[in-house]
Write a protein that binds this ligand. Structure first.
Ligand code: NAP
Length: 333
């Protein structure tokens, strides 16, 4: 079977032939159909997490955090997932033989979820991380799912996996359209054509200027930040007094600077969200809500491009450099 892996930190992802793994007691063998590409995959390859022990740091040179496929062998006596069941990954961080960028993945019943019969492998592979992260971050930032429909949410990067998921979640709960951003005019126009009406074009105005304009100078009730770098301080500056900014990513830079008066002078707070460190008692209900909304067709992953899995290097470059509008996936067909 083929796996996608890197040899050394910084070297390209390449296809490597390995022997099929043997199953130990309680394990499932999943023939992969689709895997997703996440910023963390290239981060692991580039050595960003190399000195951080698991669960955050990597345990394999075979990356891939999400995906979907069919159970083709099982030594799980519970028979929760009989052979032939279509499944997608609930988590694939530290599986015994590496992540989802390989033709066959060894997992346990705890690592997967069943795919509803009216859903396809692509949607299933694109769902879990962005929506789960987005919902947990929104909740931590004070988003009220059943609260005031006029609460104003800000989520950067309309075309990003987490950002787009967050916007869809806010809409699914019937809350007013969130303010978002796009890095280029072309992306902003594409987003507006797709129905995102409150898009700040970051090539024409700053994030803070755009949010102030679109909120009539009042600011936002809920703010999450997956960009970091120069954006964190700007999002903080447009939060209404007393509100909490939740940082959950760093696509634009690992270092941010904030004006302390913007924080303590207005009673604002900063918090962070990492799904890995979120207690199961918080994670599980959020995942159930995501799955419910998906089953009810109130959210639907936006997919930009599908590559053959042997083109993983090109796919991750496309994600990082071309900044797509939606998810980038790897197909094993
Ligand atoms: N905390 C958690 O548990 C958790 C879970 C999942 C993801 N994350 C993190 O959240 C962040 C977003 O993840 P994602 O999957 O949504 O990423 P993504 O789909 O790759 O989107 C990243 C977006 O960031 C914007 N961006 C701004 N400056 C950028 C730069 N210098 N380089 C690349 N993109 C830039 C781009 O939008 P424009 O083109 O509009 O500028 C891009 O669409 C990542 O840092 C990821 O590691 C955290």
């Amino acid at each position: 079977m083929k796996t996608i892996q890197f040899n050394d930190y910084g070297s390209p992802f390449q296809s490597v032939d390995v022997s099929m793994p043997d199953l130990e007691s309680g394990q499932l063998l999943i023939k992969m159909a689709v895997a997703s590409v996440n910023p963390r995959d290239s981060g692991v390859r580039d050595g960003i997490f190399r000195h951080i022990p698991p669960p955050v740091g990597p345990s394999s040179k075979i990356v891939g955090l999400e995906g979907s496929g069919i159970v083709v062998a099982s030594s799980d006596t519970s028979q929760a997932y009989p052979i032939g069941t279509a499944v997608f990954f609930r988590q694939a961080y530290h599986l015994p033989h590496g992540g989802t960028w390989q033709e066959y993945v060894v997992a346990t019943a705890r690592d997967v979820l069943p795919i509803p019969s009216d859903k396809n492998m692509f949607e299933a592979a694109a769902l879990r991380i962005p929506y789960h992260t987005a919902l947990l971050a929104l909740e931590k930032a004070g988003f009220q799912q059943h609260g005031d429909t006029n609460q104003l949410v800000f989520v950067p990067a309309v075309g990003s996996a987490v950002g787009n998921a967050a916007i869809q979640l806010v809409r699914a709960f019937g809350i007013q359209e969130p303010i978002t951003t796009a890095g280029t005019t072309a992306k902003a126009e594409r987003a507006r054509a797709l129905g995102y009406s409150k898009v700040v074009d970051l090539s024409k105005e700053t994030l803070a200027e755009g949010v102030r304009r679109l909120s009539d100078g009042i600011g936002i009730d809920v703010g999450i930040d997956m960009l970091g770098g120069p954006y964190t301080g700007q999002i903080l500056s447009v939060l209404k007094p007393g509100k909490t900014l939740v940082v959950c990513g760093m696509s634009a830079g690992a270092q941010a600077s904030i004006l302390i008066p913007e924080l303590m002078g207005r009673g604002r707070n900063i918090n962070s969200l990492n799904v890995i460190f979120t207690p199961p008692a918080v994670q599980e209900p959020a995942l159930e809500r995501v799955l419910g909304l998906w089953r009810e067709k109130r959210i639907n992953p936006l997919i930009d491009r599908v590559y053959h899995f042997t083109q993983a290097e090109e796919a991750q470059r496309y994600l990082t450099l071309d900044r797509p509008m939606g998810r980038v996936l790897l197909s094993f067909e």
